[in-house]
Design a protein around this ligand. Structure first.
Ligand SMILES: [Zn+2]
Length: 332
């Protein structure tokens, strides 16, 4: 599934659509309530880890909040004639004095302070859609994805969009292979998001020092939101750490180096994506490491958790403690 840098790129694709009104809803999704998006306005767009959040709100609401709608239009609204025409008029005028970001900050402050009338804040009536992407999940702006190879039956069949949002301006957003859910808030935690400037190194370091294989901790989205299997394999190689090394037994300098690589690799990957460039892997999917050593491949994961493939070089990434020397095997 797309990792943090891909989802951040998707978010940047949707950002120019904020402020536009949905004119038509299409796509293969059978979720009936997605049709409700028609005539709603895209109010905000945020990425957090592997999730994309889009906020939608009634166009009328922005007027009420902005404070000074023209009396004539208010008359129309009061009579219940909330139409797309009104929406367009509203959009042209100074709809809102608060930017979407300010809405978010205001809402957050009010939530934190438990102000009783917080429900009057504009953002509180927004509906959020959470998008979680599958393996080939993606977003396109103003274009559809085309088949780049034939399927098993030899047909060149274009991918079917899950959701298509057409906007008033004849522009559109297309969503592929994703799960879509309504939610009340975007659940953004920048402190654990590897691509956020607010990523909390201290918190991440404490997580890495847990007495468990380092490759389990790296994929734990509570601490490393947006970090996926490609990033995991690549940064472990770059930091010369074996995937099964125990976090609690690794030198602090090694863990610091791993964190540096996590942030740097993810940021570089995002920049490459934005420049339309691919990524050159050092170890992921490789048979030889860059130094020519044979690469090992095995599936690792917590007993009751998700297991993922790891690639590593036993020579460049020595295990800590050495194999057969870990506390579990000593017991036997
Ligand atoms: Zn090697």
């Amino acid at each position: 599934m797309p990792e943090g840098p891909s989802v951040k790129r998707f978010q940047l694709l949707t950002a120019p659509f904020v402020g536009q009104v949905v004119a038509k809803v299409g796509g293969s999704s059978r979720q009936r309530n997605l049709k409700d998006l028609k005539a709603m306005k895209l109010q905000d767009s945020q990425a957090s880890g592997k999730n994309l959040f889009l906020a939608f709100g009634a166009v009328l609401e922005a007027w009420t909040v902005s404070g000074s709608p023209a009396p004539a239009i208010r008359g129309k609204a009061d009579s219940g004639a909330c139409s797309l025409t009104l929406a367009q008029e509203g959009q042209e005028a100074d709809v809102s004095r608060l930017s979407p970001k300010e809405h978010g900050v205001q809402r957050k402050q009010e939530t934190e302070l438990s102000v009783p009338d917080a429900s009057h804040a504009a953002g509180d009536t927004w509906k959020w859609l959470r998008f979680h992407f599958g393996l080939f999940g993606s977003i396109r702006a103003n274009e559809f994805s085309r088949a780049n190879k034939a399927n098993k039956r030899g047909d060149w069949k274009d991918p079917v969009p899950r959701l298509v949002l057409h906007f008033d301006s004849d522009s559109f957003l297309v969503f592929y292979n994703c799960r879509i859910h309504w939610c009340t808030s975007p659940a953004v935690e920048p402190a654990s998001d590897i691509l956020s400037p607010e990523f909390h190194r201290g918190q991440a370091l404490a997580a890495l020092r847990q007495p468990m294989p380092i490759c389990y901790t790296l994929l734990d989205q509570r601490y490393f939101s947006g970090l996926g299997n490609i990033i995991k394999n690549e940064i472990l190689y770059l930091a010369r750490i074996h995937p099964l090394s125990q976090g609690s037994l690794l030198a602090l300098s090694d863990l610091e180096s791993l964190l540096d690589h996590a942030v740097q690799f993810s940021t570089d990957w995002l920049h490459k994506k934005l420049a339309g460039k691919g990524l050159h892997y050092q170890i992921y999917l490789k048979e030889k490491c860059p130094l020519g050593h044979e690469v090992m491949q095995e599936t690792f994961g917590p007993q009751d958790g998700f297991k993922r493939l790891s690639w590593w070089c036993p020579q460049c990434q020595p295990r800590v403690p050495p194999e057969g020397n870990d506390p579990k095997s000593l017991k036997h």
